[in-house]
Design a protein. Structure first.
Length: 849
């Protein structure tokens, strides 16, 4: 999703480094020398090394990079250096006059100013490369970003080790006997503190009334535990799978007794989830005492829709990564994969009959005119051999559909129309030019998506001025129907129904279509269309008709039912007439304090089928805290794991800590004699709540992982996990007990206690398995919090049980450094650095006291 709240102050970029140079080293050193907060500027020093084996002659070379925030002030550049802003968020080019020649391995060094403040590392420069204009050679540069010694860095008030420590109040290490077992928490579970030996082999008799994919169940357990498993109705069994008509879909019963294991369900999804719970217990057994708890579980989901959005458009992930995502979704009982396949920066799905979409739209890198690839974005650099480029073949997509279905995950295609469509637009422009050269005007115009004479002035949330499809020409709908038809064929090949098609359609920029000659003519010829909102509604009806033709329900972000105004995606006026289209609406923009916290309830109360996709709670790409090195963005605030866990979907206001954190209540008012409900009614009286009778329209919740900043799999993993596990608790489990506590002080205490139990369970019982489970991943470790009190060092972590190592000589702790276990005495002159490690020696970023 995009972030227009930074539209004029920031430009955001991230880089997937790809070293094609002849010599390695720090060849692009970007140093912030000073933060000038009064002028909202930075003083930058840039050192560039020619790592090629040819001289870069003045006037014959250029320097390119992406940078998400802070634009170059052209007049601050030294004489002879010129700046060009190309497009988006943001592609920069510097060119040099005859005074700037560089011999091989030579360097230049110069200073300039930028408008805006880089408050965190992900917003900085990445993807730098040089183009030699004489030879047309390109070579990527190794980017170094220096910021620690910048003047006035302290005035940015980044979270200190003390701030981190205080934010972790209420967290403490629990004993194994205090922990829970399964994530997400089962609806009903009876554990009497008794154990049995874990069997070396599970021999399973199973019902024929349920079509069970025994190979999937067998493989998931066999590949990650030492337990042998066999499904065989002819052998004497120690485990049984039975059909029980009293269970609903996805519901299951699991009993581990002293001598047998019993599973009951009415469908395959229930059996699958029972095995996932058993799987988790077996993993815990492997890591702890080789014992299984004697336990009785009856479990079912709170919400029927439990989603995860994977954005493969900004940065691309191959089929194996997608399969791993699906495996983890099933592990934590999520069932809907909203697959974002297209955006401004990439088209990621092969469409038979329109090869240009992947020949051009799936690639980023240096280009003279975008007839061969898209311009570099998010640090993709000069070449198309990194995560900025790639696509799924038709066969791969069909394989993904089948793979997901066997794991009770429905894949929902999301192809944005008419906004966020630059990759498609540029691909079809290139197609047009190619056919015009062949004198084939009919083919050239067949799928054309833009009006070449359009003079409309706009900037999208990602600062593009050319990313909206012209909805006034028939070729745009011919294109859309072709896409829908081909995607439908892929579902048919997978023997699946394409019931939902997500058009995305978020953040249509104000100003689009208003100076398009084609649109002016179209409006003049259609008297029922009086303005831009009428025109956009016409577009939605047309798209809906196409989708209905192919048996699909239209879905989109809540923008599709909001009035188009200058407020953009911050608008709150709902077009109630859109209920006629019966769309599924994903409600995303609910940044605390901006007046949209209750949009999901307004929309559900009007009868729309609604999914909560809250940016302030369920966006995995939001940074956890205001630390310079924190991964992700922050346009919707800083979203900690506790914020996700503590969001009550049917009443986001019923959390006293969330209200305090987000300044929705007055800290100076005494609330001693008031209930939480009284406080909500007094301080947030104008907010809408969902009516009980309309709760059926609220079909569930969805988490999102937008990929602008995800330039490699390590970053992906850290933003994906443990976010997914935490989110699953809200998607599946029952309401937290704190939501029933009326006294504010008592509610806050129960929030802390419940979160501490969940965090300990996740850390102590589930993290260890993630190193190898489904191929393994690098879950987020974060930074510890620490204070010195009475000459003693006190340390906390977000997830108790993780290992903290420290040094006192200013060196970065490694896996052999001393382990912190209890408060230790320190000296005033000690230079203390702390760092979290997992159980296998992998360390996170360090914190300095």
């Amino acid at each position: 999703m995009k972030f227009s709240k930074f539209l004029f102050c920031f430009l955001i970029f991230f880089s997937c480094q790809n070293d094609n140079s002849l010599k390695k080293g720090n060849s692009f050193i970007f140093t912030i020398e000073e933060f000038d907060l009064e002028k909202d500027q930075m003083k930058i020093n840039l050192e560039v090394t020619n790592t090629s084996n040819k001289t870069l002659k003045g006037e014959k070379w250029s320097l390119h990079w992406n940078q998400m925030h802070a634009g170059i002030i052209p007049e601050s550049l030294p004489k002879g250096i010129s700046f060009e802003y190309v497009n988006g968020q943001a592609y920069y080019i510097l060119t040099f006059d005859s005074n700037y020649s560089i011999e091989p391995n030579g360097k230049i060094n110069f200073s300039f100013s930028q408008k805006g403040i880089l408050k965190r590392k992900p917003y900085g420069p990445l993807g730098a490369f040089i183009r030699n204009h004489e030879t047309d050679e390109l070579f990527n540069l190794s980017v170094t970003f220096n910021w620690r010694d910048a003047k006035n860095l302290d005035k940015l008030n980044h979270d200190s080790s003390k701030d981190k420590y205080n934010s972790m109040s209420g967290l403490s290490l629990l004993s194994k006997g205090q922990l829970n077992w399964i994530i997400p928490s089962p609806k009903e579970m009876i554990f009497q503190n008794k154990y049995r030996d874990t069997p070396e082999e599970l021999i399973i008799n199973y019902t024929n009334k349920i079509e069970i994919d025994t190979l999937i169940l067998l493989t998931r357990i066999k590949n990650s535990t030492s337990v042998k498993i066999e499904f065989d109705n002819k052998k004497e069994a120690n485990s049984f799978v039975s059909y029980d008509s009293n269970f609903n879909g996805e519901e299951y019963g699991l009993e581990i007794k002293e001598d047998i294991i019993e599973i009951r369900a009415s469908d395959y999804s229930g059996v699958l989830y029972a095995f996932e719970s058993l799987h988790q217990l077996l993993l815990i057994s492997e890591n702890e005492n080789k014992k299984l708890p004697i336990i009785s579980i009856k479990d079912s989901p709170r919400f029927k829709y439990r989603g995860f959005l994977l954005d493969a458009s900004r940065n691309f992930y191959g089929i194996n990564k997608v399969k791993q995502v699906i495996d983890y979704m099933t592990h934590f009982k999520l069932n809907k994969l909203d697959f974002r396949l297209t955006d401004d920066e990439g088209w990621r799905l092969e469409i038979p009959g329109i090869p240009e979409l992947t020949q051009i739209g799936s690639k980023r890198g240096f280009t003279k005119d975008e007839t061969d690839k898209l311009i570099p974005m998010y640090g993709s650099g000069a070449f198309s051999d990194n995560s900025g480029s790639g696509f799924y073949t038709k066969d791969e997509f069909v394989e993904i559909l089948k793979y997901a279905k066997k794991r009770n995950v429905d894949v929902l295609p999301q192809i944005s129309f008419p906004s966020h469509a630059r990759a498609a637009i540029k691909s079809m422009e290139a197609r047009y030019k190619n056919y015009i050269l062949k004198n084939d005007e009919v083919s050239a115009n067949k799928y054309l998506l833009n009006d070449f004479k359009d003079q409309s002035e706009y900037r999208s949330a990602q600062l593009y001025d050319d990313n909206v499809i012209c909805i006034c020409q028939e070729s745009s709908y011919t294109f859309f129907e072709k896409i829908v038809e081909e995607v439908k064929k892929m579902y048919d090949e997978a023997n699946l129904e394409m019931n939902i098609f997500n058009i995305g359609a978020d953040e249509v920029p104000n100003g689009a279509w208003q100076k398009s000659p084609i649109c002016k003519k179209f409006i003049s010829e259609n008297k029922e269309i009086q303005n831009i909102n009428d025109l956009y509604n016409f577009n939605l009806y047309k798209l809906n008709n196409i989708l209905n033709k192919y048996g699909a329900k239209m879905a989109g972000w809540d923008d599709i039912i909001l009035k188009l105004t200058k407020k953009g995606h911050s608008e709150t006026i709902i077009k109630e007439e859109m209920i006629e289209l019966d769309p599924r609406v994903y409600v995303w923009n609910n940044t605390w304090g901006e007046g949209r916290e209750d949009m999901i309830y307004k929309i559900a109360n009007l009868g729309f089928e609604a999914v909560m996709s809250n940016s302030s709670a369920f966006y995995f790409d939001m940074a956890k805290d205001f630390d310079f090195e924190s991964k992700g963005l922050s346009w919707s605030g800083y979203v900690d794991y506790k914020d996700t866990w503590g969001t009550e979907p049917l009443n986001v206001f019923n959390n006293i800590q969330a209200l305090e954190k987000n300044n929705l209540i007055d800290e100076n008012i005494e609330y001693q004699n008031m209930t939480v409900e009284d406080i909500i009614n007094q301080e947030i009286s104008k907010k809408t709540h969902i009516n009980k009778k309309n709760e059926e329209n609220f079909i569930g919740i969805q988490s999102q992982l937008w990929s602008e900043t995800i330039i490699n799999e390590k970053i992906f993993d850290a933003l994906f996990m443990p976010n997914l596990a935490v989110f699953s608790e809200r998607a599946w489990a029952e309401k937290e007990s704190y939501t029933f506590v009326k006294n504010p002080e008592n509610q806050s205490k129960e929030i802390d206690e419940n979160w501490n139990l969940f965090a300990n369970t996740l850390s102590q019982r589930h993290f260890r398995s993630m190193k190898n489970l489904y191929g393994g991943l690098f879950f987020d470790l974060g930074k510890p919090g620490a204070i010195i009190s009475d000459d003693s060092l006190y340390v906390r972590t977000k997830f108790p049980g993780l290992i903290v190592r420290y040094t006192t000589d200013g060196s970065v702790p490694n896996k052999k450094s001393k382990e912190y276990k209890d408060p230790i005495k320190v000296n005033p002159n000690d230079q203390i650095l702390l760092r979290i490690f997992d159980g296998f020696g992998r360390g996170g970023n360090y914190v300095k006291l």
